[in-house]
Design a protein around this ligand. Structure first.
Ligand code: PGA
Ligand code: MG
Length: 232
């Protein structure tokens, strides 16, 4: 049985899936470390720290710079500074990945419902979607702090299933991180893993998504095959 045959709604991850956001996340991380007179980090390191939300990114950055585990107090004192720097430059250097705009438009026209399920704080998510003029495609936008739990917990996907009154076979999760695939599996929804994003330097295929795509544009073909399959 084709895992995509009944899909009529898609939940998209944001960082590393729709938007290459590491350049701005890294700049804000470095500005925060610089203010604390700590050693700075490369974009490459930040790529390997993204995936579990802003607080975890800063926790990893501080642990790196201090070369020890960071205290809760230090982390909580530092977070407002990171949030301040990132808010100032959300899309200075970040870009939409190739094919994103046209795939979203095609799926919208084909009648798919679409949502964003990101671990990024909600307060950054809406301005970023608006900056790239893609906010209109999504009827539900969930940030990492929108609910009580974030990916890899299934709660955000379960929330969407409930809101849209869908069976789990009808929703697809598209993401670049094992957190996306683990959340999908826990919610019993199908998943597509993208290879170009951020996954702690690991092969996304090892998390066992239902399909692996190297480019965002491959998603329409996956779903089109199913449209054809169901028409026959
Ligand atoms: O902000 C993060 O750490 C990851 O965000 P994402 O869930 O959109 O990939
Ligand atoms: Mg991601």
């Amino acid at each position: 049985m084709n895992p995509f045959s009944q899909i009529n709604a898609v939940a998209f991850d944001l960082d590393g899936t729709l938007i290459d956001s590491v350049p701005d996340l890294a700049a804000a991380t470095r500005a925060t470390l610089e203010e604390l007179n700590l050693p700075l980090c490369s974009d490459e390191l930040v790529r390997s720290w993204v995936g579990n939300g802003a607080e975890m990114l800063m926790r990893r950055a501080l642990s790196f710079a201090l070369a020890t585990e960071v205290s809760e107090e230090k982390l909580q004192n530092t977070m407002p500074r990171f949030m301040h720097f990132y808010k100032q430059n959300l899309q200075q250097h970040s870009v939409l990945y190739a094919g994103v705009e046209s795939v979203l438009s095609q799926l919208k026209q084909a009648g798919y419902r679409m949502a964003i399920v990101t671990n990024k704080p909600y307060e950054f998510t809406i301005p970023l979607l608006k900056a790239f003029n893609i906010h209109g495609y999504f009827d539900i936008v969930l940030g990492g702090d929108s609910l009580t739990k974030m990916k890899p917990d299934p709660l955000p996907l379960q929330h969407i299933l409930h809101e849209w009154q869908l069976e789990s076979e009808q929703l697809l999760m598209v993401g670049d991180s094992k957190n996306d695939i683990l959340a999908a599996k826990a919610a019993k929804v199908a998943s597509v893993g993208l290879t170009y994003g951020y996954n702690y330097g690991e092969d996304i295929g090892l998390s066992g998504p239902d399909a692996v795509c190297e480019q965002f544009s491959e998603i329409t073909a996956l779903l089109n095959q199913c449209d054809k399959a169901t028409e026959q």
